[in-house]
Design a protein around this ligand. Structure first.
Ligand SMILES: *Cc1c(COP(=O)(O)O)cnc(C)c1O
Length: 252
């Protein structure tokens, strides 16, 4: 009996070691690809921050990812972010909300999140301002733009951006730091080229005469399948999930 038990402990430890090693390998590979894409467009690797998207995995795998060196994590559902932030409260990480936020989840989410990537309506901007004001803490946000024009996608239409930026310029607690977008599902890498070029162009156009207090320095675009294209078009934040978890037993 006690032999079996010892065996099991050893196997678990080996599993844990393998997990960390595999994650470290995947992470190194993603970082190498980020650096290569940055270099190919005359940028420094440090110009691009990796947001590790942890929505596929539980707290144990996330701990291993943190041990491998990830410090910025992204979740797309507020409820998942709450529970993982609680499970990892002792870890030195910053959380990014990379999915849609309903106003009724704001109060609980605001204190946990270092950057909201998906602010997609004037109503949400106003609600964030009210909540951030009542807590006396700033809310750092990106405006999501529906660059692909797909009906199922959230985000401001390009022609709504001037009004959104003007509204954000009047807010005291909400700090707009840039734009976020996703490539259309149809059209593969050509669509990514088109949509990321469009987001970059919008950013450049509106950065020129933004209201005071708003900067559009950050561009959040690019996922596992297209982050190199996004970096060539100026991404400063890439949101990568699957590529980090490839080959793990717990990842399909
Ligand atoms: C899931 C998700 C990602 C990561 O996607 P992968 O293809 O797994 O890298 C990035 N951004 C958003 C908004 C997501 O929902």
């Amino acid at each position: 009996m006690s032999d079996d038990k010892d065996d099991k402990i050893v196997r678990d430890q080996e599993g844990g070691t393998e997990l960390v090693a595999r994650l470290a390998e995947n992470l190194a590979d993603v970082r190498r690809r980020i650096a290569a894409a940055a270099a190919a467009s005359g940028r420094q690797p440090g110009d691009v921050r990796l947001i590790a998207v942890t929505k596929y995995v539980g707290a144990d795998v996330i701990r291993a990812l943190i041990a491998a060196g990830c410090r910025e994590l992204g979740e797309s559902r507020p409820q998942d972010l709450w529970s993982k932030a609680a499970a990892l409260a002792d870890s030195p990480v910053q959380w990014h909300l990379i999915g849609h936020l309903q106003r009724n989840k704001l109060r609980r989410t605001l204190p946990l999140v270092s950057l909201f990537h998906c602010v997609d309506s004037l109503r949400l901007l106003a609600a964030l301002e009210a909540e951030a004001g009542s807590m006396g803490r700033p809310a750092r946000v990106l405006l999501e733009v529906n660059v692909s024009g797909e009906a199922a996608k959230h985000g401001f239409a390009a022609d709504e951006l001037p009004a959104a930026l003007a509204a954000a310029g009047n807010l005291k607690y909400v700090k707009v730091l840039g734009l976020m977008g996703m490539a259309g599902l149809e059209g593969g890498l050509a669509a990514a080229e088109r949509d990321f070029a469009r987001l970059r162009e919008l950013r450049d156009r509106f950065a020129a005469d933004c209201p005071e207090g708003i900067s559009l320095g950050e561009l959040s675009m690019g996922m596992s399948g297209d982050f190199e294209i996004a970096i060539r078009h100026g991404a400063t934040l890439v949101r990568v999930g699957s590529a980090l978890f490839e080959g793990l037993a717990s990842f399909p």
